[in-house]
Design a protein around this ligand. Structure first.
Ligand code: ATP
Length: 385
């Protein structure tokens, strides 16, 4: 606090007036400072009490009942209960909405509707821009996918003329990052179809209690947007044998799988909605999914061989300005790498060149990229020296 000194010396009236004026100004300044500090204290108090508030739970509205009551299902533990709601909130509630619920299970506010959830979990690409030219290798696999997914959409008359039923669903399996999604998008592009992607693991982990409903909505959206390709990534999360252990979580996953099977059974093989799925673990899938009339064409998407790796390097290195880079050397150094890793190596090499403000991306940048992406140990590293 500033010290205020009163001058009691016998100065004339003007001096005293000036001193009084100065003291007033200083007093005003101090009052202003005091106001600011009080505001800051209040703000901190508010933040503090916010931090101390218990977290809210998320629940879904199952039914809006009479007399201001609502039937809810809590997310996470699937507990169902009926709670009383304030009139103004009760009027706005609709089945399917998500709400925040406090410790005493009263609804505090509306978070969103199921439609918001649907938008978050389903990725709709009206016109995917991936072409087959952007896929390195995988010629035979691409042809198999085109036969099963693209031609029934673009040349249905051939199938009808010959009386051939195209496969109902096609399952791509192989290690992560080998181009499964890429192929599905390229096929959708070629067939001028919408691409609708849903992740099985997101469905299971984020939409507990709503899995079957989400699957229903996925297929409704696919029909609305036809011609369309439904792509269920990580299908093992809903279609794995391991989940049948009788727990409530597994019962929920089982319901989601049942809904998926029912949706597939209700589809016309020659219709304009095609169904694709991808997994890294085909051995774990429930045989019900692989029966004829379900995912009846299974295509393996393997790690790229030498020729495919060269093609993938060419695709991802083509936009880069390079100097003294021998892509065949990089192909040799990237055995067992996926397409996604090769893309990451090219990106990393480019970033190193940017950091060095270089004129071009050089061999050493790529080698550093390989080291980083492959997390090489010092022993493995010797092969580069
Ligand atoms: P996940 O199982 O993790 O979903 P995925 O097999 O679907 O993986 P993609 O998403 O298709 O993998 O691949 C990731 C990225 O890696 C692609 O966007 C692409 O840039 C690159 N990539 C992967 N495979 C290839 C390939 N064969 N040719 C060119 N690029 C590839």
């Amino acid at each position: 606090m500033d010290e205020i000194i009163f001058d009691n010396g016998g100065g004339d009236g003007d001096i005293q007036n000036l001193q009084a004026q100065e003291l007033k100004t200083r007093l005003q300044d101090l009052q202003n400072k005091n106001d600011l500090l009080t505001k800051e204290i209040n703000q901190l108090k508010r933040e503090n009490s916010q931090l101390k508030r218990p977290p809210l739970f998320v629940a879904s509205v199952i039914e809006v009942l009479e007399n201001g009551e609502t039937y809810l299902r809590q997310q996470g533990n699937n507990q169902e209960y009926i709670t009383h709601t304030l009139d103004e909130l009760h009027d706005e509630l609709k089945p399917g909405m998500k709400v925040a619920v406090n410790n005493s299970l009263s609804i505090v506010r509306i978070i969103g509707t199921t439609f918001d959830a649907r938008v978050r979990i389903m990725e709709l690409d009206e016109s995917p821009d991936v072409t087959f030219g952007q896929v390195g290798g995988l010629r035979e696999q691409i042809e198999e996918v085109r036969e099963a997914v693209e031609y029934p959409l673009t040349r249905p008359e051939i199938f009808a003329r010959l009386g051939v039923e195209p496969p109902k669903g096609i399952l791509l399996f192989g290690p992560p990052g080998t181009g499964k999604t890429l192929i599905a998008k390229a096929v959708a592009n070629n067939a001028h179809a919408r691409f609708i992607r849903m992740s099985g693991s997101e469905l299971v982990h984020k939409f507990i209690g709503e899995g079957a409903q989400m699957v229903r909505e996925l297929f409704t959206l696919a029909r609305q947007k036809a011609p369309s390709i439904v792509f269920i990534d990580e299908i093992d999360a809903i279609g794995s044998m391991r989940t049948h252990d009788g727990t409530s979580g597994s019962a929920e996953v089982q319901r989601t799988l049942m809904q998926l099977l029912a949706e597939m059974d209700g589809f016309d093989n020659r219709g304009d909605v095609r169904i694709m799925a991808a997994t890294n673990r085909v051995d774990m899938l429930d045989p019900a999914l692989l029966r004829p009339g379900r995912f009846d064409r299974i295509v393996e998407i393997p790690l790229p061989d030498v020729d495919s790796r060269l093609e993938i390097f060419k695709i991802h290195a083509s936009p880069l300005k390079m100097e003294d880079v021998d892509l065949t050397e990089l192909v040799r150094l990237t055995e067992n790498s996926t397409g996604a890793e090769i893309q990451a190596i090219c990106r990393e090499a480019g970033m190193i060149a940017v950091r060095n403000e270089a004129d071009a991306v050089k061999r050493d940048d790529f080698i550093a990229g390989v080291r980083k992406v492959k997390h090489l140990t010092s022993t493995e590293d010797r092969m580069f020296l």
